[in-house]
Design a protein around this ligand. Structure first.
Ligand SMILES: NC(=O)c1ccc[n+]([C@@H]2O[C@H](COP(=O)([O-])OP(=O)(O)OC[C@H]3O[C@@H](n4cnc5c(N)ncnc54)[C@H](O)[C@@H]3O)[C@@H](O)[C@H]2O)c1
Length: 360
């Protein structure tokens, strides 16, 4: 009999891409997706899953009965979450339910089954004030850490998993960090296998980016559909920096973790595009403009939002050391593929990508 590979949040950006990528890769696994279909765009992702013959069950991870109905599973990739810092601030109950209680319910399913557990955590677990204290300088097109910056858990190359965790990080980050703690306890108590991945920005086709979550996709979509764009925070210069990881690099990593679970079991990794795939919003605008051939007027909002970060770049050295994995795709790949994806379905995607104010 085939084993069950459950992807929670399976109609979301990461979950649906993973499902399509993993489906059929293992002769002995059947991919099953579960999603409450709350996020905007999940209908289109659901249609894509159907086209690939992947089973999608409408269900909520906050409801243990919905998970119990699935019966025994052999592997859980937990991608169900409210992934926005802003939305978690506006609706703390929902964020705690989906991000923390949801993961707890998934762990219970893993315990009963038993199942291996792969968790999509976030760089947002790191405290804001400590990140902001890393010595930085202002360059013509971006802020950057000083080349000689170095301390516990950081260097010019990026943030490692040794970065201190004391301090405030946003409710979103707190729910994910609490989930990480629960996972480690469950792995230990019930002799399960699992791995935690702290991702920075993930981007690529099939992402329904919003201003506050999925910024890279949002930037491309705004250029394509000619909506308004602003540099928000840090004086409105657009010099804040992130790194971006292609969704296909995420899929390859998860495949590797499934195949080499013994090697990554009980590990916690920082994962991101890394310095090579870092960009400031200002630089992103230039690159997106060149690819889409659209020059957008940008407005500036000087005031910085709560929990925003001046610079975040992941240091991938631990995962590379453990598995050999490193990002293979560039920011240019991400932007041009996202742009082509929109071109290929321009009318169909318009209701989901051209008005970001309405819907989740
Ligand atoms: N996209 C990124 O840049 C990024 C970065 C770091 C970490 N992550 C993590 O990766 C995971 C996937 O993120 P994503 O970008 O695909 O987000 P997404 O919003 O596209 O996908 C999440 C999915 O979970 C579903 N969902 C939410 N609450 C649920 C619930 N209670 N029950 C069932 N389904 C529920 C949503 O409908 C959505 O389809 C999340 O855990 C997120 O924290 C994402």
């Amino acid at each position: 009999m085939k084993k069950n590979l459950l992807i929670t949040g399976g109609a979301g950006f990461v979950g649906s891409n993973l499902a399509v990528f993993l489906n059929g890769r293992f002769a002995d696994y059947r991919v099953v997706c579960l999603d409450n279909m709350q996020r905007r765009g999940t209908q289109l992702n659901a249609a894509r899953l159907k086209d690939h013959g992947i089973r999608l069950i409408k269900g909520d991870v906050t409801n243990p009965k919905h998970l119990a109905r699935l019966g025994r599973v052999d592997l859980i990739v937990d991608c169900a979450a409210e992934p926005s810092v802003l939305a978690s601030r506006q609706e703390p109950f929902k964020a705690i339910q989906s991000n923390l209680i949801g993961t707890f319910n998934c762990l219970e399913l893993a315990r009963r089954s038993p199942a291996d557990f792969i968790f999509l955590s976030t760089s947002r677990v790191y405290p804001v004030a400590a990140l902001e204290e890393i010595p930085w300088e202002e360059l013509p097109t971006r802020y950057d850490w000083k080349k000689d910056a170095s301390g516990t858990g950081y260097s010019y190359e990026g943030i490692t998993q040794q970065f201190p965790l004391n301090g405030v990080r946003s409710l979103y980050g707190a729910t994910k960090l609490c989930s990480e703690h629960l996972i480690m306890e469950y792995l230990d108590m019930y002799k399960l296998r699992g791995v935690i991945n702290r991702f920075g920005i993930i981007a690529g086709p099939w992402q329904w980016g919003k201003e506050d979550q999925g910024v890279v996709g949002f930037w491309v979509a705004r250029h394509k559909y000619k909506g308004s764009l602003s540099y928000i925070g840090y004086g409105g210069t657009g010099k804040q920096v992130r790194d971006a990881l292609h969704i296909d690099d995420v899929c390859e990593l998860v495949l590797l973790e499934i195949e080499q679970m013994e090697r990554v079991d009980r590990q916690l990794f920082n994962i991101g595009g890394g310095r090579k795939n870092s960009f400031s919003l200002y630089e992103l605008t230039k690159q997106v403009s060149a690819i889409t051939k659209v020059a957008m007027p940008l407005t500036a909002v000087a005031e910085t939002r709560p929990h925003d970060l001046r610079i975040y770049i992941a240091d991938n050295s631990l995962i590379t050391k453990h598995t050999g994995w490193a990002p293979r795709r560039s920011l240019e790949n991400i932007l041009s593929e996202t742009s082509r994806w929109i071109d290929g379905h321009f009318q169909k995607l318009a209701p989901f990508l051209s008005d970001f104010k309405k819907g989740a």
